[in-house]
Design a binder for this molecule. Structure first.
Ligand SMILES: [Zn+2]
Length: 417
């Protein structure tokens, strides 16, 4: 399953609409507590507002402390006047220090319209995985100057931001093996190790699409659905979500080369032998996201087709039954045009679409090779997906009409397992 990123905004620490709404809610709460805010105002009547520049030195020292695993230096770099702020810094440090950073820095950005309030973020590269400006944790602090030095007054991080990414795990561990960086809770380490162990077999399957991995992939191994939602910062609104990929949350606005993978651990129970195939499926999403870069569309059917073809091991009998029926439950062209194969569809229909996608990928590869497949995926994705658009895409990439392609595909499906 692929999951579109809802955090399309390129901006640093604004996690999109959810955070904006939450911050607004906090502002309203502040207005309801005039005693508290009035109190704070009195203690610093003439102080000028803190700027990002004021924070530079403190952030640099905190970054250094984190890299050196020097807790005392961390506390010294970021002094706090309240228990909440101190606790937030403590939790941040204990989480961040457990990650295998290739590079890391603490950054801050002012919250617009709220002088003295800043988004703080831990940004960097984890274990050599793309991208280099991954955001792994965020906090929102009220900051003031004391004797010219910034001091954290309060932690005002909205609830849905608090547990995002690494912060969803109480004691995170990162298991690095077979081109995977599996992030899990310490209590789930055995499961995370087993998942990472399946990475070798999963990677071998990627040879089907000529994918040679370009660096490791981050896999979040969730102990529960609640943890999954906390880490994503929002409910994906799809109760059937188990294994998926998503664009990493990162600072810049350029698309990432790869995607992260999410695995809901309890959903794997009793299906351990299927793990390498599940991983191969999600790794295909992680590595083929660039196939769709710059095209007008990224048909989910093609993305799932690539992933399901690599996954392997499925029977195509349900698709043969559908093709033999008077009326298809989900005609290929309609499935190609569907933005989501999941939304509003029963699981049988979703599975049928996955088989359609996989068999189409396998058929094109069988007849036109990997280059033909890449060209086909690009042309189809760049078409308007209308009947005429698909016909033109097929002619340009494979030299046959859509009707010819479709009839060849129907025959090919009969030869599949
Ligand atoms: Zn998928």
């Amino acid at each position: 399953m692929t999951r579109a990123s809802h955090r399309a905004r390129p901006l640093l620490l604004l996690a999109g609409a959810a955070l904006a709404v939450a911050v607004v809610a906090l502002v309203a709460l502040g207005a309801l507590l005039p005693l508290v805010t009035g109190d704070k105002a009195e203690t610093r009547p003439a102080a000028r507002a803190v700027t990002t520049v004021d924070l530079h030195a403190a952030l640099a020292r905190a970054t250094q402390a984190l890299s050196a695993h020097d807790r005392a230096a961390w506390d010294e770099a970021l002094p706090a006047t309240s228990g909440d702020a101190r606790r937030a810094l403590d939790v941040l440090y204990r989480h961040l220090v457990r990650l295998p950073w290739t590079s890391v820095r603490l950054v801050a950005e002012p919250v617009r319209g709220r002088p003295g309030r800043f988004y703080f973020g831990a940004v960097g590269e984890v274990g050599g995985a793309d991208p280099a400006d991954r955001i792994m944790a965020r906090r929102v602090f009220d900051v003031a100057l004391r004797g010219g030095r910034p001091v954290l007054l309060d932690d005002v991080t909205p609830k849905d931001v608090r547990g995002q990414e690494i912060m969803a795990f109480a004691r995170p561990v990162a298991v690095r093996r077979n081109g995977l960086i599996v992030i899990a809770d310490k209590s789930e380490q055995a499961g995370a190790e087993a998942l990472a162990g399946a990475g070798a077999a999963a990677h071998r399957r990627l040879a089907l699409l000529g994918i040679r991995s370009r660096g490791p992939i981050v896999v979040y191994y969730y102990a529960s659905r609640e943890q999954l939602i906390r880490s994503l910062g929002e409910d994906p609104k799809e109760p059937r979500i188990r294994f998926f990929s998503h664009a990493p949350d990162h600072l810049g606005d350029t698309p990432t080369w790869t995607r992260d993978i999410g695995v809901l651990a309890p959903a794997l129970a009793g299906k351990e032998s299927w793990t390498p195939q599940m991983l191969a499926h999600e790794l295909t999403h992680a590595y083929t996201t660039r196939w769709f870069e710059g095209t007008k569309h990224a048909p989910t059917l093609l993305a799932e087709g690539l992933a399901t073809a690599v996954e392997g091991g499925r029977t195509f009998q349900p698709l043969r039954d559908d093709l033999a029926a008077d009326r298809s439950a989900f005609p290929l062209e309609k499935a190609l045009r569907a933005k989501s194969l999941w939304k509003g569809n029963r699981i049988e229909k979703v599975r049928l679409a996955y088989l359609e996608g996989a068999s189409l990928v396998l058929y094109v590869m069988d007849g036109w090779g990997l280059r033909g497949l890449k060209s086909f995926v690009t042309e189809v994705s760049d078409s308007d997906l209308s009947d005429e658009g698909l016909d033109q895409a097929s002619r340009e990439s494979l030299g046959v009409s859509w009707d010819e392609l479709r009839s060849g595909w129907t025959g090919f499906v009969q030869t599949l397992p």
